[in-house]
Design a protein around this ligand. Structure first.
Ligand SMILES: Nc1ncnc2c1ncn2[C@@H]1O[C@H](COP(=O)(O)OP(=O)(O)OP(=O)(O)O)[C@@H](O)[C@H]1O
Ligand SMILES: [Mg+2]
Length: 342
């Protein structure tokens, strides 16, 4: 017999009936949008602190005359891809592959005139890292102040000033709203609410949830760990059960995170995990990555591409890197996997 009555509340995309302790951030977002000219907002905070939830809740409550467009920049990580997605979202039609960026820009501008639009750029760091600020520059230039607002969501930067050029920044002047890391008590509350909605009563021990909430501040990881455990046992979940499932649940969590990327990202991450001692440098990482490619019959990518992929793993919080200058290899990076637990 399974412990799970209802799978949905354990999914990360699920929007719970009530949001725990994010009232001031919710109000700040709502207030920002209560203006004739929609604003530009930078919503920032560490991973698993409710940024996407706040944004998704907000867009379900927009006034009728505001059209919203949600763009996940992990998938749409160039100006062209993001504009295609935006064009499709505005027109409701598939955008032909062959459209050039400037053609897309012209078509979008025409459409934007008619009504107010709010664009959410979730995981914006992936776009900025990959493609610089060309999309933000374009958005900042079209007819401002305008019918157009943006919510730029970032897990990495509390200020866009160092990420985008000065002209773009001074036109956007994004209002900053931050989400602080949750305390263990808040993580406990969030997870227990979801557990009540999805699990058989009495199937999760209080001390197990206390352990889970003290082990991670990232509610997305906590939820994943709980779901993984509940799906793999038919006995009530204790602290001991969670300790037993910890390694595998984390492994699945990173696999799920990397499932949005290429085989090479996964091979690279495996290679980085394959050292005995850390930190390792970029050169050692490239060599190990090529070894893993050979074993998997994959044609290795250039060091330059892999260097970008190292950045992607970093943006996901799976590894930490530190620039290292000097030494016989000149400029290099020190790399180590992140411990996802506290
Ligand atoms: N205050 C809260 N109340 C209820 N549920 C929450 C709250 N904060 C987060 N959650 C839940 O935790 C999970 C992670 O939240 P969310 O995806 O919004 O985090 P995030 O800050 O966008 O993380 P990331 O930077 O990794 O994308 C979601 O399932 C969300 O519903
Ligand atoms: Mg998010």
């Amino acid at each position: 017999m399974s412990l799970v009555n209802n799978q949905r509340p354990l999914q990360p995309e699920y929007i719970p009936g009530s949001i725990t302790d994010r009232e001031s951030e919710r109000k700040a977002l709502k207030q920002a949008l209560d203006t004739v000219h929609l604003p530009d907002v930078l919503l920032h905070g560490p991973r698993g602190t409710g940024k996407t939830l706040l944004t998704r809740q907000l867009i379900t409550q927009l006034e009728d005359d505001i059209q919203h467009h949600y763009i996940n920049c992990i998938h749409h990580n160039t100006e062209h891809k993001a504009l295609r997605k935006l064009h499709t979202s505005i027109t409701g039609e598939n955008t032909p592959q062959g459209f050039h960026t400037s053609k897309l820009q012209r078509k979008i501008e025409k459409q934007l005139k008619h009504t107010r639009h709010l664009i959410v750029l979730d995981e914006a760091d992936f776009l900025l890292q990959n493609n610089g600020n060309s999309l933000l520059y374009y958005l900042s230039r079209i007819n401002k102040p305008s019918n157009l607002g943006t919510i730029i969501v970032s897990a990495h930067t509390a200020s866009l000033q160092s990420q985008i050029d000065e002209r773009t920044h001074s036109t956007l002047q994004p209002q900053r709203i931050g989400t602080e890391p949750y305390t263990s008590e808040q993580v406990y509350q969030i997870l227990s609410q979801r557990a009540r909605q999805s699990l058989e009563p009495t199937s999760l021990h209080h001390e197990a949830l206390t352990y889970l909430a003290s082990a991670t501040q990232n509610t997305k990881l906590g939820l994943h760990w709980l779901r993984h455990t509940a799906q793999n046992t038919d006995q009530p979940i204790t602290e001991q059960t969670l300790k037993q499932t910890q390694k595998q649940a984390h492994h699945h969590f990173t696999e799920r995170t990397l499932s949005y990327h290429t085989d090479h990202h996964r091979t690279l991450y495996k290679a980085i995990r394959d050292f005995d001692d850390y930190p390792v440098n970029s050169g050692q990482t490239y060599t190990k990555y090529r070894e893993h490619c050979r074993k998997q019959n994959l044609e290795p990518l250039s060091n330059r591409r892999i260097s970008d992929y190292i950045q992607h793993l970093k943006l996901h919080g799976l590894i930490e890197t530190k620039a290292h200058h000097g030494g016989k290899h000149g400029k290099t990076k020190e790399i180590q996997p992140t411990s996802l637990l506290q």
